[in-house]
Design a protein around this ligand. Structure first.
Ligand code: VGL
Ligand code: ZN
Length: 208
């Protein structure tokens, strides 16, 4: 069975948000068009406590973009974003939330970040997404959302490793591109690992 994974379509990643992804809101109509074509839709939310270790403000003397170590792994520092329960953590107001069957939160532990929707960045703890998908006999995952070069990338790579057939919807993703070309390199990595990279029209044409 095939499921749609809608990654982090939250206000703080949209234009005007605290960690705005360029053109990030262009992903919302793509998600809205695809969701009705799936019987199972899972949406993720980056869901940080205010004292999260990925926020530059929680590291005196540091600014966004600096590198530190967090939970034993390298961590780039971000502006505070997607704080649990805040407006910035809410889904984009135009997202058809009625089509979402399950919401998975990540990044809840202040001591470690989580780009993948399956594990934290040190791969110590699971989010529960894999068990949920397997309990619904999902073997094919179609992924879109924000950001191409972080959450989408690491989620797609983990999904492939966990045995899912992965399709990434290119027009439904946008990247941060902290370094120029990060998003293009992310697509190359996902494709090299076995993901199909297609546009939403292709997914809709094969819906069923
Ligand atoms: C993400 C940066 C910081 C993401 C989350 O979901 O791609 N990126 N936190
Ligand atoms: Zn985050």
């Amino acid at each position: 069975m095939r499921a749609l994974l809608v990654v982090d379509l939250q206000n703080d990643f949209m234009p005007g948000g605290s960690l705005a992804v360029p053109d990030g809101d262009a992903t919302v109509p793509v998600a809205n068009a695809l969701m009705p074509a799936f019987t199972l839709v899972v949406a993720t939310q980056d869901w940080h406590p205010a004292d999260h270790g990925s926020f530059a403000v929680n590291h005196p003397g540091h600014v966004p973009g600096d590198m530190v170590e967090l939970g034993g792994v390298p961590q780039v520092l971000w502006p505070a974003h997607c704080v649990q329960g805040s407006n910035g953590a809410d889904f984009h107001p135009d997202l058809r939330v009625v089509d979402i069957d399950r919401v998975v939160h990540k990044g809840t532990d202040p001591g470690i970040d989580s780009y993948s929707t399956f594990y934290d960045n040190a791969r110590q703890k699971e989010t529960g997404l894999d068990a949920f998908l397997k309990s619904h006999d999902v073997d094919e995952l179609v992924i879109l959302g924000l950001a191409t070069d972080y959450c989408v990338l690491f989620s797609a790579l983990d999904a492939i490793e966990l045995g899912y057939a992965v399709t990434v919807v290119r027009d439904g993703c946008r990247g941060i591109d902290l370094a120029e070309g990060d998003s293009e390199r992310a697509y190359e990595k996902m494709a090299a690992a076995g993901a199909a990279i297609v546009d939403s029209g292709v997914v809709l044409a094969t819906a069923g």
